[in-house]
Design a protein around this ligand. Structure first.
Ligand code: DGL
Length: 266
């Protein structure tokens, strides 16, 4: 099984392209909706919550887990990989979403912009990755507090959301008018991608991570054939949330097809 984790609904924007790219790969999704958003929480809390989510997915027999959450990838991935995996889960793998997105950005223009949660921006994870991959790329990050809350509450079409997105887009282009491409560096933001597209200058592409991560996963599995054979390829999908099955309706809207969540506790 492949496990996919996010603080809430956002990871569905990564899961959907994974299902399209690898339709036979069985997946288990976990959204910690009850405790979202993570992006305004302290590092230690993000680490603890993420680890609980990862442990849950490993207990469901996931050999590979993707943190489909930039905040968790920025604040918890490395520590879990280094301190927990070798001691407690040898042979299991944990991947994040920042590295593949940074690889994409490294070859797309000399000035790039990133919208992300306050915790992702504060970690400078994107800046550090890009520095290693292509030091000639200039990165401008804008923290977007409040946006995940509106999306989690299903208020992504309201005027508040539009105003917030306008505010963040103005901030980015005021600070870096030469920005050539923009990444939505939070997996929740593709749910308001059209709002971002309306607010950035004409011709500036707004890119979300889902397809980039799905493509990177496919390549990764080709390079790790043993792991590939350990996964289940019967195309079964399960969805867990820490909130309650009543989120299924909103989640189905975001995912684009009917999905049913089961409640779990971490
Ligand atoms: N969707 C997550 C991310 O990619 C987290 C948003 C949040 O919980 O604040 O950063």
């Amino acid at each position: 099984m492949l496990g996919v984790f996010d603080s809430g609904f956002g990871g569905l924007t990564v899961l959907r392209p994974i299902h399209e790219t690898l339709p036979e790969l069985s997946t288990i999704y976990l959204g910690d909706n009850a405790r979202a958003p993570y992006g305004v929480r302290p590092q230690e809390e993000i680490y603890r919550f993420t680890l609980e989510g990862v442990r849950f997915l490993f207990a469901q027999n996931c050999q590979l887990v993707i943190l489909a959450c930039n905040t968790a990838s920025a604040q918890a991935l490395r520590r879990i990989q280094q301190e927990i995996l070798p001691a407690e889960y040898p042979g299991r793998r944990l991947l994040g979403v920042i590295r593949p997105a940074a690889e994409y950005l490294a070859t797309h223009g000399s000035h790039v912009g990133i919208f992300a949660t306050p915790a992702t921006v504060e970690s400078n994870a994107y800046t550090h990755e890009l520095e290693k991959l292509n030091p000639n790329v200039e990165v401008t990050q804008v923290a977007c507090p409040g946006l995940t809350d509106l999306i989690e509450a299903g208020r992504q079409t309201g005027e508040n959301c539009n105003q917030l997105v306008k505010h963040f887009a103005d901030e980015l282009f005021l600070e870096s008018p030469k920005t050539e491409e923009v990444l939505l560096g939070c997996t929740h933001y593709p749910l308001v991608q059209t709002l971002f597209e309306k607010q950035v200058p004409r011709g500036v592409p707004v890119v979300s991570q889902g397809e980039i991560v799905a493509g990177a996963l496919k390549d990764y599995l080709e390079r790790h054939p043993t792991l590939k054979t350990q996964l289940d390829w019967s195309g079964q999908h399960q969805y867990f949330t820490t909130n309650g099955p009543d989120i299924s309706k909103l989640a189905s809207l975001f995912y684009g097809n009917e999905i049913q969540f089961q409640k779990t506790t971490l």
